[in-house]
Design a protein around this ligand. Structure first.
Ligand SMILES: [Zn+2]
Length: 452
């Protein structure tokens, strides 16, 4: 066993003296309380050690992030009122992340690009060393937030399943982050060697799994979860509509907090509002700025009894699959032309490309699209899309019988618009003089669901 001194909290602003009163319990309060306005945190992932970011597989309970960011995120949710998602993500905790029921529900707000100021609630690596101190948290005594640094002279390890002491010489980022969150939430050091808030690490680890003493300490500050506290049990998404299942939602105007996905923020959650007549089902439109992370529901300003648990949510909408709605017809060069879409179905990416294959080389053709299907004989084939039809520019067919059209969604002809949530039907018409008959033909048709 190697004991290292570490992790002294630093009070940046003294609003008067504060004292560590001797008492029967081991935990110690620092003397502040974070309202629900100050429960966000971010990570500036500037950790330099490869070991700090070598866990590169996303876990569904921590969507959109990997490495040091997730190790720190896990440290935060351990203090939550309920399991984070299904609690999975830390093999060293059989009861799951958040199983302590400590009743502090944090709002993960993604990445920062700077260390920020005290009160910005940003975790990052600090260049250098300070004796035996591994990390420290600065905080305001008026409860307006903190900032946490991890010294770069130590070797930080993000592994969710560390096989200590084989990793001697490294520090467990998740466990020490859990300890630092304890400071950020208002706890000092505990005398209980079994507590996460114990002042020293053992073989480079703080206890990832908060102990009864830690739970008692945090409940002394934030109370026990109230029976009327909102609760998220499950979330489901259909296009950009998020359905939250749980309990104790307000009939009107629940605040739903999202993790910011795009753009620079100050750590404040991205907020949408939704009604819940039943109190158990809440439906909101996912805001454009939301990204993968957590959702929380707040009933309005107040303490933690008005804020739900943090629940994982992946805002990266997956587009529904493309379907073929109409078969092709044989032509002069084979079994018939087909439409194939490449470049994805994301409206925001705007990289969709329409491709035709199996057409007569040297001829020309054009793609067209519409909102609905139809079945009407046309030329030597079948028109599979109902009017009104939007025609794209004519294209030459190359020597391999192919043609391609990058579909710029920002400049469609005839005033057409394609938005996330739309399903659009595409087909290809082409000249086929050797096919006889009407000397023209059509490909198969595809239905393409577009998404964000
Ligand atoms: Zn400490």
């Amino acid at each position: 066993m190697r004991l290292s001194p570490l992790l002294l909290p630093t009070a940046t602003v003294f609003a008067g003296g504060w004292f560590l009163l001797p008492s029967a319990q081991a935990w110690v309060e620092l003397g502040f309380f974070l309202s629900t306005e100050h429960r966000d945190f971010r990570v500036w992932n500037n950790f330099g050690d490869p070991e700090a970011n070598d866990h590169t597989v996303e876990h569904p309970n921590f969507p959109g992030y990997t490495g040091a960011t997730v190790a720190i995120w896990k440290g935060a949710v351990e203090w939550g009122s309920r399991l984070h998602g299904d609690g999975e993500g830390d093999p060293s905790q059989p009861a799951g992340l958040g199983s302590g029921g400590a009743n502090f529900d944090p709002s993960f707000q993604g990445l920062a690009q700077v260390a920020g100021s005290v009160g910005d609630n940003i975790h990052s690596e600090l260049q250098g060393c300070s004796g035996g101190t591994h990390a420290f948290t600065e905080f305001f005594l008026d409860g307006s937030g903190s900032r946490t640094f991890y010294y770069s002279c130590w070797k930080w390890e993000d592994d969710p399943d560390p096989s200590w002491p084989n990793q001697t010489g490294k520090l467990d980022l998740q466990g020490i982050a859990t300890h630092e969150f304890g400071h950020a939430l208002g706890l000092g050091h505990s005398d209980d060697p079994g507590a996460t808030m114990y002042a020293t690490t053992e073989n480079g680890k703080s206890h990832r799994d908060i102990a009864g003493d830690d739970v008692a300490g945090i409940k002394a500050i934030y109370g026990t979860a109230a029976p009327f506290k909102p609760r998220i049990d499950e979330v489901s998404i259909d296009r950009n509509s998020l359905t939250i299942h749980g309990a104790n939602f307000a009939p009107l105007d629940n605040e739903v907090w999202f993790t910011r996905g795009t753009g620079a923020g100050d750590g404040s959650p991205i907020v949408a509002f939704g009604d819940s007549p039943s109190g158990e089902t809440l439906i909101v439109t996912v805001p454009a700025l939301a990204g993968p992370g957590d959702v929380l529901v707040r009933l309005g300003p107040g303490g933690g009894e008005r804020l739900s648990n943090a629940f994982p949510f992946d805002a990266r909408l997956e587009c529904d699959p493309i379907t073929i709605t109409c078969p092709t017809t044989p032509n002069s060069v084979g079994s018939g032309a087909r439409v194939i879409l490449t470049g994805g179905q994301s409206v925001s990416a705007n990289t969709t490309v329409l491709n035709a294959i199996g057409s007569p080389p040297g001829q020309f053709g054009l793609f067209f699209f519409g909102d609905d299907t139809d079945v009407v004989p046309l030329g030597n084939g079948t028109l599979c899309i109902a009017a009104p039809l939007i025609r794209l520019a004519p294209l030459p067919i190359d020597a391999m019988g192919r043609a391609s059209f990058p579909l710029d969604l920002t400049s469609l002809p005839q005033g057409a618009a394609i938005e996330a949530g739309d399903t659009v039907h595409f087909q290809w018409w082409y000249r086929d003089p050797n096919g006889g008959g009407a000397m023209s033909d059509l490909s198969d048709a595809i239905a393409v669901p577009f998404c964000e």
